[in-house]
Write a protein that binds this ligand. Structure first.
Ligand SMILES: *Cc1c(COP(=O)(O)O)cnc(C)c1O
Length: 423
């Protein structure tokens, strides 16, 4: 029998992958904590949490057991006209811990769909209240997903180029700085009355390059939006569940969001699930004898019971003080590593929020064959069996909270070796 890797290359089309030039994928068979094992039994450290989703480690026994129990009881059920315990219990437990007065949970099955639902809710909210608003606001460099609505509110980039003419218009604001904040606030005041919603990744633009911005300035912008009745959509798909230190990034600002989007860490990275929450005011605007005021949106796997059971199990672990202790431990290790990085010549913009540390590599010409730094980095870390996936020349660590000190040291050592090799 051929390897997984060889068989894959005959039948699979991978995401974000130029299939002509990409190296053969590594066949993975097993995970445990922050480690993954390939088909030859070799061990890898998952330093990107398998695309930012895994927070408690792979194959966590508590989550695995709850998934298995639910699979034997009720694996799936239509969610219009019917309901089930995992969906109800998850909503009951999530609403009180979310930022703002979140009143209702709308389920979908991934981050992009959670964003689509929020955009539709915002637009139809104004439609339903008889005062339609046409425009949407987002940050330059934002990333909110790969479906068309989510792409529209995301930065135009090489990822969207083929589709740009099909994307709807959005007003993009630069990240707030001490220099531009007054201009941003004035801009919001000028266009506010036709603006339905502002969608943002609070304090951390993930795919945009792990860009971090300041909470106080951000709050000024949020307050300006609030004053204009612009709905605030917090895309906490990456920042939710402790990534930035607090449970949710919006806990760092006094202004409350009207909607929150969650996915990624929601099930501990075990099952596909998305959540969009909203306030009572938004929910109430859809209540009517008029069928046209209904939110006509749903997915076959909306509120999948196994996914909800995984989310409940993940929440048990997340709310245990041991999880906060792990996050603090990882954050402290990263802070110490930042000091090591500061001594490197080819590194700039070292920054950290909670369990995420990021920096730019300034070396551009890598070796004799290629000056593509990203390709070089991919190859280097693959060979070291450290799973890191740089965004261009931005390197970041975003590991499951259970990564051990010793495993973190191995990641740091690989990075330092890489940087020294580039000098
Ligand atoms: C990953 C991500 C999304 C999209 O989620 P998918 O589940 O990949 O569709 C949206 N917003 C943010 C901030 C993300 O990081």
């Amino acid at each position: 029998m051929d390897t997984l890797s060889a068989r894959d290359q005959r039948v699979i089309w991978h995401p974000y992958t130029q299939m002509e030039t990409a190296p053969a994928p590594i066949g993975m068979v097993r995970g445990e904590g922050a480690l993954l094992f390939d088909e030859e039994g070799q061990e890898y450290i998952d330093a990107t949490s398998s695309w930012w989703v895994n927070i408690h480690g792979h194959a966590h026994p508590h989550i695995a057991n709850k998934i298995a129990e639910q699979a034997k009881l009720l694996p799936h059920c239509i969610f219009a006209g019917y309901t089930h315990a995992p969906a109800v219990e998850l909503a009951e437990r999530m609403l009180p811990i979310l930022p703002g007065q979140q009143d209702r949970v709308f389920y979908s099955d991934n981050g992009s769909t959670a964003v689509e639902v929020a955009l539709k809710m915002a637009i139809q909210y104004f439609e339903n209240t008889g005062a339609p608003r046409k425009k949407l606001l987002a940050f330059e460099g934002a990333y909110h997903g790969d479906t068309f609505g989510a792409m529209s509110v995301s930065a135009r980039s090489v990822f969207t180029r083929a589709f740009d003419q099909y994307l709807f218009d959005v007003i993009f604001l630069p990240l707030p700085t001490a220099e531009n904040i007054n201009t941003l606030v004035a801009q919001v005041q000028d266009t506010g009355s036709d603006m339905a919603a502002f969608i943002f990744e609070p304090l951390l633009l993930g795919s945009g390059g792990m860009l971090m911005y300041e909470a106080g300035l951000f709050d000024q912008l949020l307050q300006a939006c609030k004053a204009q009745g612009i709905l605030l959509i917090a895309d906490e798909i990456l920042t939710g569940f402790g990534r930035t230190g607090k449970n949710f990034a919006m806990e760092n600002v006094p202004t409350a969001p009207d909607m929150v989007c969650l996915s990624k860490g929601l099930t501990g990275g075990n099952m596909a699930l998305g959540i969009t929450t909203c306030t009572k005011a938004i929910f109430d605007a859809f209540l009517s004898q008029d069928k046209l005021k209904t939110l006509f949106h749903g997915h076959s796997f909306t509120a999948n019971p196994i996914a909800c059971a995984a989310a409940l199990a993940s929440l048990d672990i997340f709310l245990d003080p041991a999880c906060a202790a792990n996050r603090a431990r990882v954050a402290a290790k990263h802070a110490a590593f930042a000091q090591v990085l500061r001594r490197q010549a080819n590194v700039k913009n070292i920054r950290q929020t909670g369990t995420i540390i990021a920096f730019e590599i300034t070396t551009t010409n890598v070796d004799g064959y290629t000056n593509n730094l990203a390709d070089h980095l991919h190859r280097f870390f693959r060979a070291k069996r450290v799973m890191l996936r740089p965004l261009g020349n931005t390197l970041y660590i975003l590991a499951p909270y259970v990564i051990t000190d010793e495993q973190l040291e191995r990641v740091y050592t690989a990075i330092v070796e890489c940087l020294e090799g580039l000098q």
